[in-house]
Structure formats: structure tokens, C-alpha cells
Design a protein around this ligand. Structure first.
Ligand SMILES: Cc1ncc(COP(=O)(O)O)c(C=O)c1O
Length: 386
């Protein structure tokens, strides 16, 4: 009867359909599934934020269209947060834009920066929205492999000259999903120089910046020259267990921020002001819950990593994020199917994040400790037996 647009037809097929089908089938048969698949916090949003939301919802002035770049109060709170946490100065009026979750901003950004045929430099394995957003804006992704031997950093010097000529965006994401890798200052300083030289916008995705187990990750915007070439996406989702609330922001270079604001003005009408009000409490209120969250994830990650080592895998404790990127023998899809069928365990096949993810499984620790322990017990049974 009708055909979907060519733009939509260009999107890659969903790789995990068969695994999802099998998972649903096993659940309907009553199998107790242990789900390491989804990167979505299982713990509730801290109470102080919920209380602020309750107050916010009752305020009629928050019931209207939340147009603009975000409420002045929330943007001021974001600017204070950057000053306090990263020693970065941001002008709340020009350098901050509130989003309906950082995914929304990442997906819309290519509309503001790319002309048809322009290139985005995209890490793979990586968060799919970088290349999907590019395709939807009629741009072309150029994939930069992230390899263990390079510390899961892209080799930007190897990008061919004809690609660089058309490249308009470089996406970077550290702490990284799915590899859990961190980046150092030196790499980012080189990346800033590279972007300046080649007139490329550096888009830094800091969704996991607050989920670390030891040293705090480097903040891109705190580096010299960062604001001249780039912007940073930040999210409340992971830090405060707020994935369902849909709130995040982008900050940095004012020209890029206003370009994205213009796209958004014409597409959505902003983030519910009661949620922004609760967002103020999240970033200016007590940060005890964030410390507790880090401790919980660290404990869970230790249990998983120790268990995987006992099952015979070589794996180092990640420095942060809630992902464990496990090197396996053979096909990631076949191994994930084997785990599901033989042990009722869901893990994400690495190839779903890009071809260089082949040979890996991603385990997310957004599930209670007892489930992780049970998952390890089951994995040891089938893997040691194998
Ligand atoms: C690397 C990365 N960036 C961005 C996001 C989007 O987060 P949100 O839209 O909830 O802010 C995610 C979510 O999983 C992610 O893994």
C-alpha cells in the first residue's frame, strides 16, 4: 500500500531479533532469565529527586509549553555543576541546551550540521545513535574501529584524506559504551587539534562520566580549546537512575548549541518544566546517592569479573560504566544464543555495536547482586563443562 522513505530503508536491520524472540519464548515457558543485556539502571531514582518532582508537578506554572533552551534556573544549576565538578565555565544563556534525554540531542544534531553526503566519523563498536542519526540526516557514517590493542581509542591519524575533506563531525564517547574504556587527556588534546585543523565538530558523549570506580574520568570541556571545536552531551539517566524521565543537556560551543536549538524549536517543545525542576535537585542536592551507586556498581562488577575469571576468562576490572566487555572465542551471536538456550542468560553480542565488536559479549550489571551470582553459577556450569 505504501513504501517507507528511502531514508528509513537505509537503516540497518535489527540484529538481535532472533535472540529477543528466543528470550520471550523462554520467559513464556517459565524459565528464570538472568538479563545482563539491557543497560538500564534497576535501582530507583533517589528520593530527594522524586520529592522535588512531586512539588514540581503541583506548580501550575510548570504545566505550560517548556519552550526555549531550558529553564533559566536549570541552566544556571548546570553551569554551577560544571564549575564545581570540572572547573569549566559555561554561560547559561548561550552555552547550554536542555534535552529530552541526551539520545534526543545526539539524534538531532546531524540535522543541524550535515548536508547530504557529508561524513560523520563514528566509533565502532559504539552507541548506534551516532550513525543512525547521521543516516537519517542523509549524511554518511565513516566507521573508526575501536581495538583492544589501541585501548579502544580510534586511530584518527589513519583516516584517509578524502574522508577528512567531507567529515563534519567526530563522535567520541568515554567512559565508553560498550567497551567500558576510558580516555586520557593527551588523546583528547590531540583530537581537539585534529578537529581544529580539519574543521570538524568534536561531539563528546559523556553519558557515563559519573559512573567510575577509581579515578574520575577526564572532562573533555575542561581541556584547552575544547569549546572552540566541540560540545559535550551529558545525561541524568545513569547518574541518578533517571532513564525513564528523559532529561539531559548539551553544552559547549555556542554556535553549535544555537544550531541544535533551532532544530529542536521546530521539532519539539522542550522538557517538562517539573522534570527540569527535579533536575535542579539532582545536580545541586546531596550527592550521597551517587557515591552509593558507584559503590554498588563496583561491588557488582567485582563479583562479575571475579566469576568470569574463575570460569577461565581473561578480563580486567573496568574503570567505570556498568558494562563488562568480554573477549570470547568465536561468534558473538552464536555464543549469546548458546548462553540463552543452555543457561537462560542474556548477554549482548558485540557485533550488534559494529563489526569490531565481533568476538565480544557485553554484560551490563544493572541487575541485583544475587542475580549476578546466580548468572555466574550457571555460566561456570556450562563453560567449564565445555
Ligand atoms: C553512550 C550513550 N550515550 C547516550 C545515551 C542516551 O542516554 P539518555 O538519552 O538516557 O540521556 C546512552 C544510553 O544508553 C548511551 O549508552
Amino acid at each position: 500500500m505504501f513504501e517507507v522513505s528511502k531514508r528509513l530503508q537505509k537503516l540497518p536491520p535489527y540484529l538481535f531479533a532472533e535472540i529477543d524472540r528466543k528470550k520471550k519464548e523462554l520467559i513464556s515457558e517459565g524459565v528464570n532469565i538472568i538479563d545482563f543485556g539491557i543497560g538500564d539502571p534497576d535501582l530507583p531514582t533517589p528520593e530527594n529527586i522524586i520529592d522535588a518532582m512531586k512539588k514540581g508537578v503541583e506548580n501550575p506554572s510548570f504545566h505550560r509549553y517548556p519552550i526555549g533552551k531550558g529553564t533559566p534556573a536549570f541552566r544556571k544549576a548546570i553551569s554551577d555543576f560544571y564549575k564545581k565538578n570540572y572547573e569549566v565555565k559555561l554561560n547559561p544563556d548561550e552555552e547550554i541546551l536542555v534535552l529530552i534525554g541526551s539520545k534526543e540531542g545526539i539524534a538531532h544534531l546531524p540535522w543541524a550540521l550535515l548536508n547530504p553526503g557529508d561524513i560523520s566519523l563514528v566509533p565502532e563498536p559504539g552507541y548506534p545513535v551516532y550513525h543512525i542519526g547521521t543516516i537519517l540526516a542523509e549524511g554518511t557514517p565513516f566507521f573508526m574501529p575501536l581495538k583492544a590493542e589501541n585501548g579502544f581509542l580510534p586511530d584518527i591519524e589513519k583516516i584517509p584524506g578524502d574522508i577528512l575533506e567531507k567529515a563534519r563531525i567526530l563522535f567520541l564517547n568515554y567512559p565508553n559504551n560498550p567497551t567500558a574504556a576510558f580516555v586520557d587527556r593527551d588523546f583528547l588534546i590531540e583530537a581537539i587539534k585534529f578537529c581544529k585543523k580539519n574543521e570538524i565538530v568534536l561531539v563528546y558523549d559523556a553519558a557515563y562520566s559519573e559512573i567510575y570506580f577509581g579515578e574520575k574520568p577526564v572532562s573533555f570541556l575542561s581541556l584547552p580549546g575544547a569549546k572552540d571545536v566541540g560540545i559535550e552531551f551529558h545525561s541524568l539517566s545513569k547518574t541518578y537512575n533517571m532513564t525513564g524521565w528523559r532529561i539531559g543537556w548539551v553544552c559547549g560551543n555556542n554556535k553549535i548549541i544555537s544550531a541544535l536549538a533551532k532544530i529542536k524549536e521546530n521539532i519539539d517543545s522542550g522538557t517538562f518544566e517539573a522534570i527540569q525542576f527535579a533536575g535542579i535537585e539532582a545536580i545541586t542536592g546531596s550527592q550521597e546517592s551517587v557515591k552509593e551507586l558507584r559503590a554498588i556498581y563496583k561491588k557488582r562488577m567485582n563479583i562479575l569479573v571475579d566469576g568470569l575469571k574463575e570460569a577461565g576468562f581473561e578480563i580486567d576490572m573496568p574503570k567505570g560504566t556498568f558494562y563488562c566487555w568480554l573477549k570470547i572465542q568465536g561468534s558473538s551471536i552464536e555464543t549469546a544464543s548458546y548462553l540463552l538456550e543452555e543457561a537462560g542468560i542474556v548477554a549482548t553480542p558485540g557485533i550488534g555495536f559494529g563489526p569490531s565488536g565481533e568476538g565480544y559479549l557485553r554484560f551490563s550489571i544493572t541487575l541485583p547482586e544475587d542475580k549476578i551470582i546466580e548468572g555466574i553459577r550457571r555460566m561456570k556450569e556450562i563453560w567449564v563443562k565445555k
